[in-house]
Design a protein around this ligand. Structure first.
Ligand SMILES: Cc1cc2nc3c(=O)[nH]c(=O)nc-3n(C[C@H](O)[C@H](O)[C@H](O)COP(=O)(O)O)c2cc1C
Length: 410
């Protein structure tokens, strides 16, 4: 009796009419189709808001390293469209032996294996730096090794130079240059193997292998994720290292004028700056430029306190002022005589201009690209071009170092 009354209380569902069912299905298909079409148009048109507020947040449902790999693949297969406008005239600048149409490059660490150079150039970067590349292939640190601090617009990574090694990357780049005729500016960032007992030989090897095909080489002694690497920034160690590298470069049969840039850490003291500048001022150790800076091991200005404890190098917004200050300090110490590539937390035209005015001649970014996607490049270029005009600078070169005194460390 009770059961029957219970059963009678359950509402009986009307069987869905086959015609209504078909209508619902069609509606769902049309809606999904329209959404995909709309998303496709937004991606194709480089819609900044769509990337920043929809597409890039969606990629955050994937583990950070997986979405990094997917982003590299998307660039490799040139999924993203090229910007529709050419770069403004006032962004053009000479880059050592070549000319570039804008001063903003993609920093090392995004395209570690040199797979996506053409795609990155197509996105509107003025130059591309690949690596760090180690002599022998090595897997890097165990995963997880990349962390997004979304609220801080920052990343902590401890990849530890996962690299396919000189041979594989060299073959890839040779094909790019010699078969595909790539003629953009290509930098190769050199690292050392974790277990190497001769770091100097590792870098010298890199110069010999990549010197003939790259447009510039980077001596990376500033990643925090390879034990002992940053000790190579010490006065004596750096002097020995750079002397060997410069000699190897000078002895190249092809391209023996290739510029060598030293990439330094933001976690150095004023005395370290003096020592580094002292070393690179020596004729035997003279490099053609500095990249300022790599990621920091400091943990200032972070709101994502749990992730802040992850070991590794911090990049993005929290690094911005620290790297700008270091650029100004180095600009002052060198009297503006050595070109600086400014990198660390650039995500707007204003950030870019600050780094130029602090003393950088060229700029790079990485973390903002991860958070905002390809439209960030076009936006920063547009904002920078406008700001240069507003401040009365005819071109990028005119802005270099103009306000360095305002950014010096206290
Ligand atoms: C995930 C990740 C990996 C990186 N790997 C390298 C690397 O292999 N070699 C290197 O010199 N710098 C590496 N960097 C540092 C960047 O080149 C750059 O100096 C730093 O991220 C600061 O710029 P940003 O704030 O625009 O990201 C890496 C950065 C990130 C976020």
């Amino acid at each position: 009796m009770r059961i029957t009354s219970l059963l009678s209380a359950i509402p009986i569902r009307e069987p869905v009419h086959p015609k209504r069912n078909n209508k619902l299905k069609s509606l769902a298909i049309v809606t999904a189709g329209a959404t995909v079409f709309y998303a496709g148009v937004c991606v194709y048109k480089g819609n900044e808001k769509f990337y920043k507020n929809t597409l890039m947040p969606l990629t955050r449902y994937l583990p950070a390293e997986m979405s990094h790999n997917l982003a590299v693949l998307a660039c490799k297969y040139k999924v993203f469209p090229a910007p529709r406008q050419p770069d403004s005239q006032n962004l053009g600048i000479a880059f050592f032996h070549k000319k570039i149409s804008n001063p903003i490059g993609i920093a090392a660490g995004f395209d570690k294996q040199g797979e996506a150079v053409e795609g990155l150039t197509k996105l509107g970067f003025g130059f591309t730096e690949i690596g760090s590349v180690t002599p022998e292939p090595q897997p890097g640190n165990p995963t997880p090794r990349v962390f997004r601090l979304v609220n801080d617009e920052a990343i902590i990574n401890r990849y530890g130079f996962n690299s396919e090694g000189h041979r594989v990357v060299f073959e890839r780049l040779s094909e790019l240059k010699n078969v595909r005729g790539f003629d953009g500016v290509l930098g190769v960032n050199l690292g050392k193997n974790k277990t190497s007992d001769s770091p100097i030989a590792d870098y010298v090897n890199g110069v010999k292998v990549f010197g003939p095909i790259a447009d510039y080489l980077v001596v990376n002694v500033s990643s925090p994720n390879t034990p002992g690497l940053r000790d190579l920034q010490g006065k004596k160690e750096l002097e020995q290292l750079l002397a060997a590298i410069v000699e190897a470069r000078n002895s190249l049969e092809v391209n023996n004028k290739i510029p060598i840039l030293l990439k330094i850490s933001p976690d150095i003291s004023k005395q370290d700056i003096k020592d580094i500048v002292g070393v690179i001022n020596k004729k035997t150790c003279r490099v053609e430029g500095l990249i300022v800076s790599n990621t920091t091991i400091a943990r200032e200005k972070l709101t994502e306190v749990e992730l802040a404890n992850e070991i590794g190098g911090l990049s993005g917004t929290p690094l911005r002022s620290k790297s700008t200050q270091l650029i100004a300090d180095i600009y002052a110490q060198t009297g503006g005589k050595i070109p600086i590539v400014g990198v660390g937390g650039i995500s707007s035209g204003q950030d870019a201009l600050e780094k130029l005015e602090a003393g950088a001649s060229y700029l790079q970014l990485y973390t903002a690209f991860i958070y905002e996607g390809p439209p960030v490049v076009t936006r920063i270029k547009k904002e920078l071009s406008q700001l240069l005009e507003e401040r009365g600078y005819k071109n990028v070169q005119e802005a270099v170092g103009k306000q360095y005194k305002n950014y010096l460390s206290k």
